[in-house]
Design a protein around this ligand. Structure first.
Ligand code: PAF
Length: 293
């Protein structure tokens, strides 16, 4: 496993693979890697000849500077996890796993302020877009840069950030990028809580409380079979708000591609519920989602 810190080194490493016809998988991350990230890397290693994993806490997607300052930076343990995943996959495939870790500095990525504006309404204006102005513009800035450095065959993103994938899909279409977007299923703890780097900020009691989010979402799929979309939406919000220590910021049931809010279960073939909940004393902002059809 090679760790590089500059764009030129990343390009040089990948060019050597590309010139011998190898496929390239890209897994963009902000580090603090957990089993959810490991599942993306594992899939990329299985499907590509070489996998580039970027580890970069991207300042332009944080609208809260305090959140940016507090974001965990754990390059050493991240590399250990990646090396374990690489060994596991090598044993399964029976050949070497090639990982290039790209861990640049902020100056390397943004020697000048990035003034580009990306706009893909409604995917980037609803839900997270409304509560975190500028967030998706920052995500598009960094992801478009990573795509142009790595020129991946495939790029892997976790479905926990469902809206992020919808925005990036629009950007890939807009820029006519020649790559395959690979959304990967949410990885959950045994009790159902969606894995997130933010879960480590919860106290043990808050961690127990947080499971109410996914449990309610799972139960809502059954509830939805005999209730209207509006009733289901209200039931999810009321049920979670009734749990001490949890407060719903928003719950939207949307078209899974356009992210347009729906009023009836017959309005779309692909329907997803997206939620953000504040949990605990800090509080920690947790997101999750569930598919209805
Ligand atoms: O999902 C994330 O961790 C980030 O938004 C991403 C895609 C790595 C861009 O910084």
């Amino acid at each position: 496993m090679n760790v590089v810190h500059t764009i030129n080194d990343l390009k040089a490493q990948l060019a050597a693979f590309r010139s011998s016809g190898c496929s390239i998988g890209l897994v963009p991350t902000m580090g603090a890697l957990h089993a959810g990230h490991a599942s993306l890397v594992r899939r990329s290693l299985m499907e590509n000849d070489v996998t580039a994993v970027s580890i970069f806490v991207n300042p332009t997607q944080f609208n809260d500077k305090n959140d940016l300052a507090k974001y965990p930076r754990t390059l050493e343990s991240d590399c250990q996890l990646l090396s374990t995943v690489a060994d596991e996959v090598a044993a399964t495939k029976g050949c070497e796993s090639n990982i290039v870790v790209f861990a640049p500095s902020v100056d390397e990525i943004y020697p000048e302020p990035d003034t580009r504006q990306f706009s893909y309404p409604p995917t980037d204006t609803v839900m997270e877009g409304g509560f975190r102005p500028g967030h998706f513009n920052g995500v598009c800035q960094i992801v478009s840069k990573l795509f142009s450095y790595a020129e991946p065959t495939r790029a892997y993103f976790g479905e926990k950030d469902y809206q992020q994938i919808a925005v990036i899909r629009r950007m890939v279409d807009d820029l006519k990028l020649n790559l395959q977007l690979c959304p990967c299923p949410i990885v959950r703890e045994a009790d159902g809580l969606a894995l997130s780097s933010r879960n480590t900020l919860l106290t043990p009691d808050e961690r127990q409380t947080a499971v109410g989010i996914s449990q309610t979402l799972f139960k809502s799929v059954e509830y939805a079979k005999s209730h209207s979309l509006a009733e289901t939406k209200q039931w999810v919000v009321d049920t979670i708000n009734a749990i001490e220590g949890l407060e719903v910021q928003y719950y939207e049931i949307v078209d899974g591609l356009s992210l347009q809010s729906l009023t009836d279960w017959t309005d779309a073939d692909n329907i997803v519920g997206c939620i953000t909940v504040f949990c605990g004393h800090l509080p920690v902002r947790l997101i999750d989602n569930i598919r209805y059809k």
